[in-house]
Design a protein around this ligand. Structure first.
Ligand code: GTP
Ligand code: MG
Length: 215
């Protein structure tokens, strides 16, 4: 069969994973973080939005990041080295109601401190559940990213739970309500793998940008 160039472009994996390594966790704003200055892409979103599942899909591993039975458990910022070339940064999920006020109060300075302080940060993938409206926490996070002027894309998670015909409409509506281009919103499902290659391409594009703030 003859493949057209377009077809070949769809088939090629934008992010081939050759090497993966867990570097460690950052537990407080002034705590340990990896020494390497390799570029970082951070993943944020409310607890249970599907962040660990998305990371595992992205790197094609079953259990690089732990998928939780008990939401709200991840309290550290976890760093994963990919291909010895860049780092994926798993931010703790916010907004989980059933953890104590004290625990919730720790997340914000940790996340904000990391986002403000990392000179290696190249972009953020913000996860939003396709079936829900963005929460006040989501909007605050997006405002904060806009204030920092960090390049961001949205992954619309769990689209397998929507009817097929709903996905495009939901994507367009969310993009409009957040004032984003539609191509900044990527429908994603960890169950079916939908959106994996688009997300991988977006991550590669963010990595390819010049640092947006001076180091
Ligand atoms: P915390 O680390 O606890 O904040 O959660 P998280 O955002 O990392 O979510 P996680 O990946 O642990 O998934 C939470 C729950 O949603 C689990 O029961 C997953 O199996 C489920 N889930 C995650 N992604 C998808 C998806 O794309 N589709 C469906 N149907 N379920 C999903
Ligand atoms: Mg998680």
């Amino acid at each position: 069969m003859r493949t057209t160039p377009e077809r070949a472009a769809v088939v090629a994996d934008p992010l081939v994973i050759r090497h993966l390594e867990f570097l460690g966790g950052m537990a407080s704003p002034d705590g340990w973080r990896p020494e390497s200055a390799l570029p970082e892409i951070a993943f944020g979103g409310r607890s249970n939005v599907g962040k660990s599942s998305l990371l595992n899909r992205l790197v094609r591993r079953k259990a690089l990041a732990r998928v939780s039975q008990t939401p709200g458990k991840t309290r550290e910022i976890n760093f994963y080295l990919v291909n010895r070339a860049f780092t994926l940064v798993d931010l703790p999920g916010y907004g989980y109601a059933r953890v104590s006020k004290e625990v919730r109060a720790q997340w914000r300075p940790l996340i904000e401190g990391y986002l403000r302080g990392s000179t290696a940060l190249r972009g953020v993938v913000q996860l939003i559940d396709a079936r829900r409206e963005p929460t006040p926490d989501d909007l605050q996070m997006l405002d904060f990213l806009a204030e920092l002027e960090v390049p961001a894309v949205i992954a619309l998670t769990k689209v397998d739970k929507l009817r097929r015909a709903e996905v495009a409409g939901r994507t367009a509506t969310l993009a409009r309500s957040l004032g984003l281009d539609e191509d900044q919103v990527i429908p994603f499902s960890s169950v079916t793998g939908e959106g994996r290659d688009e997300l991988a391409a977006a991550v590669v594009a963010l990595l390819g940008q010049a640092p947006w703030r001076s180091e």
